[in-house]
Design a binder for this molecule. Structure first.
Ligand SMILES: C[S@@+](CC[C@H](N)C(=O)[O-])C[C@H]1O[C@@H](n2cnc3c(N)ncnc32)[C@H](O)[C@@H]1O
Length: 299
């Protein structure tokens, strides 16, 4: 089926581990661009056992020329590359397509000093702390409320020379922002090897050297070497993991250090606050949509 519009899109839902192969397959079928967005813009509750975790569901949007007949492509989608059935093709007018991209991925100011800019856009304020990111990487582009709240808090709190842990680093956006705001040493931790690769790539793109930002998988001995030394620990994960991780995260904090937790909904705040109460007095310090940001200082 071809369309009179200048462009047409196909929409898929895929798991994180399917995305790379799906992207490759779509380009082979003639896609002009493939955009990844997390499916988490809706404040979904904690996934149940066996369900796809919130951050693992990726919305994949493939853009094709308006003249291409997409029926053969729709009929040939390999079953192991997406979850569920892709949407029928949707025509996208030329102007509308441009607007969609501009709406979603324009430079975003986070607090006073920090801007998150799509890699193809000149930063609006060249003298600001500009983090250049490719929105193709969905887990941490700054557009999600939880990431945005963390970035604003880092902007207001990171001073030169600080040591910072970004636990659940995803794209590395928070750790990179901390480094660019003056942190002298940043430890970026994730349990997903793809996040480690993305963080390294994004750090290099933003001129953050390995000597400043180290990336490690959970369980790495380097994490133990950071015990009681971080002036800031930031973790944007879901409420359940944040509760379980309380001993590990607080063990990293220097006395008087700050803890920033995001990824939880307003009605999950008390459960998380209680889990940290023995070592850190957490309070809700920000809210965007239904998401809240907790911050506190280690006793
Ligand atoms: C919501 S993303 C946050 C990405 C980025 N820090 C941001 O703020 O946009 C959560 C990240 O935490 C990671 N993660 C989830 N559970 C974890 C755990 N138990 N230990 C370490 N990382 C975890 C995921 O792989 C994912 O990269």
């Amino acid at each position: 089926m071809s369309s009179d519009a200048a462009w047409q899109e196909l929409h898929f839902t895929a798991r994180k581990d399917q995305v790379e192969a799906l992207e490759e397959w779509l380009f082979e079928r003639g896609a002009l661009s493939v955009t990844l967005e997390d499916q988490a813009d809706q404040p979904l509750l904690e996934p149940g056992p066996g369900e796809t975790p919130l951050w693992d569901a990726v919305r994949v949007v493939a853009l094709f020329g308006g003249e291409q007949d997409l029926t053969p492509t729709l009929n040939a989608v390999p079953v192991d590359l997406a979850t569920g059935v892709p949407s029928a093709s949707e025509p996208v007018a030329d102007r509308e397509w441009t607007r969609v991209w501009e709406d979603q991925f324009h430079p975003l100011q986070m607090g006073e000093r920090l801007w998150i800019c799509p890699s193809w856009t000149p930063p609006p304020d060249p003298d600001a702390v500009n983090i250049m990111l490719d929105p193709g990487l969905a887990f941490g582009t700054g557009t999600h409320p939880t990431t945005a709240m963390c970035l604003r808090a880092l902007d207001g709190g990171i001073d030169p020379g600080m040591r910072v842990v970004d636990y659940g680093c995803g794209s590395g956006i928070l750790g990179i922002a901390a480094a660019r705001l003056g942190a002298i040493a940043v430890l970026a931790v994730d349990n997903d090897p793809q996040a480690i690769t993305a963080t390294r790539d994004n750090a290099a793109r933003n001129q953050v050297p390995d000597t400043c930002l180290s990336t490690v998988l959970t369980g790495d001995v380097v994490i133990d070497a950071w015990a009681e030394s971080a002036e800031w620990v930031v973790a944007n994960i879901l409420a359940g993991p944040l509760v379980s991780l309380a001993p590990q995260l607080t063990a990293l904090m220097a006395p008087g250090g700050r803890l920033l937790l995001a990824g939880l909904l307003a009605d999950q705040a008390n459960e998380v606050i209680e889990a940290y109460a023995p070592t850190v007095g957490l309070k809700v310090v920000d809210q965007q949509d239904d998401w809240v940001l907790l911050a506190g200082t280690r006793y």
